[in-house]
Design a protein around this ligand. Structure first.
Ligand SMILES: C[S@@+](CC[C@H](N)C(=O)[O-])C[C@H]1O[C@@H](n2cnc3c(N)ncnc32)[C@H](O)[C@@H]1O
Length: 344
């Protein structure tokens, strides 16, 4: 069975990197087909666990907008026949909506929605159209001349990342990252349910909330007790109870347990303080102290400013760079996201 994913296009590499990381950690076997930027199909997923996989993507992915079961595909000219051939009673219950999304084509989306909706209505009994709050959602994706007919069984909570924006949480401080990027970083760290994730510069707890929602046990440290307290408040607000927070200077960090992943956004000395230490100094001391707190296969996913030469810092410690992504924040700051492993 196949899934069709509509990815965010706000970054050219991160959405796909995040998806690949989730496939890897959840051990999902599939053929990944990139149709065009923003459109991906996962082919030949195991039928027996298809529903479980579907739910994993919906629950975990930050930079993916939609995930749908691919029912059938055809050329645009054959759309009527393809729609008529499907037993819609398998997918449509009580009422439904058809929505068309197009990539690299000028087809009339409203006319296509009406056409497909009409054909479904005439082929099925006791159902109606409900555009505002449909029980069943049919997504039609048209790319050039090719049509993908999909069923949206599980919906991503599209409002979540909007509602969880940092300024809407009970504790706010400037310099927090977006929940989508925080989720993506947790995914890039290849964490799974039950893993222990540490953020030694936890600030307002943005990264820990996202790791907590994946099902990880989270530990937050910060030099500032107000941040430690604020992180706890924000974690409780997000419904996360499996957490610990500590006031710790990362330069003196000594963890009593090795963690499965470190996901963090150290201070750049721009909107968040480095407490008197130079940016390079704090990163260097952090990298030296954190290695001993990580399990052998643990990954470190870290944000840093483009002005910092991470490669030369890594040369001095027992780490190796696996992946690197650039996010242009504004004219004078590009954020670098690095995925780093321990050298065995
Ligand atoms: C960029 S903020 C973290 C933002 C966080 N990702 C969020 O979403 O809120 C960096 C944090 O590092 C803390 N910090 C600065 N120097 C530190 C040190 N030596 N040890 C531990 N924490 C430190 C600051 O108090 C600040 O809260």
């Amino acid at each position: 069975m196949d899934l069709l994913l509509i990815l965010s296009q706000e970054h050219d590499k991160l959405p796909l990197a995040e998806l690949r990381a989730v496939l890897e950690i959840e051990e999902i076997e599939t053929e990944l087909e990139i149709v065009c930027p923003g459109l991906v199909i996962l082919r030949n997923l195991d039928e027996d666990v298809f529903d479980d996989y579907y739910r994993i993507f919906v629950r975990r992915l930050g930079y993916t907008h939609e995930v749908h079961q691919l029912i059938d595909e055809c050329d645009y000219e054959d759309l009527d026949n393809a729609v008529k051939a499907i037993d819609w009673s398998e997918y449509v219950d009580e009422n439904f909506a058809v929505r068309v999304k197009r990539f690299n084509t000028e087809i009339d989306t409203v006319a296509t929605e009406r056409r497909v909706g009409h054909l479904i209505l005439t082929s099925t009994e006791n159902i109606s159209v409900n555009l505002s709050d449909p029980k069943s959602f049919i997504r039609v994706v048209v790319h050039h001349n090719h049509v993908y007919l999909c069923y949206g069984k599980y919906q991503l909570n599209k409002k979540y990342f909007e509602e969880m924006k940092p300024h809407k949480r009970p504790f706010f401080h400037p310099g927090c990252m977006s929940p989508k990027l925080a989720r993506c970083m947790a995914n890039l760290a290849r964490v799974k349910e039950g893993d222990v994730v540490l953020d030694p510069f936890c600030g307002t707890g943005g990264i820990l909330i996202e790791a907590g929602l994946i099902g990880c046990k989270v530990i937050g440290c910060d030099i500032d007790w107000k941040m430690k307290k604020g992180t706890a408040t924000n974690l409780e607000y997000a419904g996360i109870t499996n957490y610990k927070t500590h006031v710790v200077d990362v330069r003196e960090l000594e963890m009593y347990e090795e963690v499965d992943a470190v996901v963090t956004d150290p201070p750049y000395g721009i909107s968040t303080t480095t407490c008197g230490e130079g940016t390079s100094g704090i990163f260097s001391e952090f990298l030296q102290s954190i290695e001993h707190s990580m399990k052998k296969d643990a990954l470190l996913v870290m944000a840093s400013p483009h002005t910092l030469d991470i490669d030369s810092l890594l040369n001095d410690v027992g780490f190796i760079l696996l992946e690197r992504y650039e996010i242009k924040m504004h004219r004078s700051l590009t954020r670098i996201i690095s995925v780093i492993a321990k050298i065995h």
